[in-house]
Design a protein around this ligand. Structure first.
Ligand code: 5AD
Ligand code: SF4
Length: 473
């Protein structure tokens, strides 16, 4: 829906005659998932075409875009506190006769729409995740106190309306990049707002994904992570109109010369096809790391969450993945304190975690989200029980992550180097299992994979030594 609110505000003074207009600067701040990180880069590219330069510094930003997350209450509240601070900065800026526009994008924009304008008067534009390709137009209209909301689920293809980044822009963003292949979700888990904020599942055409990936690789990107709210539900059309699943897409992308690594996230257990599991055996470039949210280990809770799978199904997927690729590292999301969750249900989650052994995981207290079935239930769990369960689960997951990292010590693994390390002479990168690794090494190794012997492990990173100075071709 596109709406507007009119309010009188003073217009800032025009630049003096003859004074060259300075380059406007945009700061895009992203919250939440990787999809938002990707969308933020596309917004920056789009505004680049409009003459905006990117900045990381709020003080010199003429335009601040908050690309927001609505998944849990805390995430949404954080945005309003950030907006409060921005409103003060904007007022100070107005007093100096300089303008600062504020845009709220992403899932809070989609879920709350015009409410955002009402709650924070400093906001100029509210734009949903499906309409941000219209940002330049919205910004042009948002003048003289005119404030706008655009949260339409556009029928046109947003991605096709966005400009491609230049080689320099791609390089500046590093050697690992995201490519959105799928958006939206039809699963309607009873705790989750995503189906409401991101809409129904839509897959991008195969040719578009190939072209975008090829462009990234041509500019020096070595690792691509395919992203989607339900990435393994990918069903993109090829030019003949045939549907490709994610396994076929990965197989095709793996043929791109110069691309070293492929990943995908986030997956749903019910879409974990045998073809995708087999891809972990047949595609060497596909990294042995799978983020597969389990949410709970209790069949009763899983049913009430509308997950459409039980704990045994999850275990079976992991067993088949490990058969296809014995070193595959598993990662998951868990929610504790879903309405009605008993001590025994929580124990079932702990048992599932113990049985699998995760390399890393995210875990959250259940947060009731307006409009979702879970929020309407009258058997909500009290905060104290949620906190206790979360602490116990996180202690177990931390222990497993440490054990996973410790097991790497003494082994030789391939590391894709991404950036200079924190200390002089160091370079840092990622293991196939997504662990951060740092070594003493030359900056020229950045952008390539090299063999590393792991000599020490911490909870969040590994230290190693280059086995051979020669990076792999
Ligand atoms: N409360 C807590 N966690 C949630 N997630 C999604 N919705 C909620 C909610 N209402 C978690 C799930 C999901 C991850 C991205 O966020 O674990 O996989
Ligand atoms: Fe949310 Fe469930 Fe869809 Fe994941 S699968 S985005 S948790 S509704």
């Amino acid at each position: 829906m596109t709406t507007e609110v009119l309010e009188a505000v003073e217009t800032p003074p025009a630049p003096l005659e003859g004074e060259p207009a300075p380059t406007p600067r945009v700061l895009v701040k992203s919250y939440g998932c990787q999809m938002n990180v990707y969308d933020a880069t596309r917004m920056a590219d789009l505004l680049g075409r409009e003459g905006y330069a990117e900045t990381q510094n709020e003080d010199d930003a003429d335009l601040v875009i908050l690309n927001t997350c609505h998944i849990r209450e805390k995430a949404a509240e954080k945005i309003y506190s950030e907006l409060g601070k921005l409103a003060l900065a904007k007022r100070a800026r107005d007093a100096e006769g300089r303008e600062m526009k504020i845009v709220v994008a992403g899932c809070v924009a989609q879920a709350e729409g015009e409410e955002v304008l009402k709650r924070q008067r400093a906001v100029d534009v509210v734009v949903g995740p499906q309409s941000y390709h219209r940002l330049p137009d919205l910004l042009r209209q948002a003048k003289n106190g005119r404030r706008l909301t655009d949260t339409e689920f556009a029928v046109d293809d947003k991605f096709r309306a966005l400009p491609n980044p230049s080689r320099a822009q791609i390089r500046a963003r590093g050697v690992a990049a995201f490519v959105t292949v799928q958006e939206g979700c039809d699963k309607f888990c009873s705790f989750c707002v995503v189906p409401y904020t991101r809409g129904a599942e839509v897959s991008r055409p195969v040719a578009d994904v190939l072209a975008e990936t090829q462009r990234l690789v041509d500019a020096g990107v070595a690792e691509i992570t395919l992203i989607g709210q339900n990435v393994n539900a990918y069903r993109g059309a090829d030019q003949a109109g045939r549907e490709w699943g994610l396994a076929r897409l990965l197989e095709r992308l793996a043929q791109i010369e110069g691309l070293a690594r492929l990943r995908y996230t986030t997956s749903h257990p019910v879409d974990m096809t045998q073809a995708l599991i087999d891809a972990h055996e047949s595609i060497p470039k596909l990294m042995p790391y799978v983020h597969l949210p389990a949410q709970s280990g209790s069949d009763r809770v899983l049913k009430e969450m509308n997950r459409k799978h039980g704990a045994a199904d999850y275990l079976d997927i992991v067993r088949r993945l490990r058969k296809a690729r014995p070193d595959v590292a598993m990662s998951s999301d868990f929610i504790v304190g879903f309405p009605g969750e008993s001590d025994a249900d929580f124990e079932a989650t702990m048992a599932l975690v113990r049985e699998i052994g995760f390399a890393s995981s995210f875990s959250f207290k259940y947060s009731p989200r307006p409009g979702t079935p879970g929020a309407a239930r009258d058997d909500q769990i009290d905060e104290e029980a949620k906190s206790e369960r979360l602490a116990a689960l996180q202690a177990l997951l931390d222990e497993q992550r440490r054990a996973f990292n410790d097991a790497a010590v003494g082994r030789e693994i391939d590391v894709l180097f991404e950036k200079p390390g924190r200390h002089e002479g160091q370079i840092a990168g990622k293991s196939p299992y997504l662990q951060a690794v740092h070594v003493e090494g030359p900056l020229e190794a950045i952008g390539r994979e090299a063999r590393v012997k792991i000599i020490a492990a911490g909870p969040n990173s590994l230290a190693g030594r280059l086995v051979s100075e020669e990076a792999k071709a």
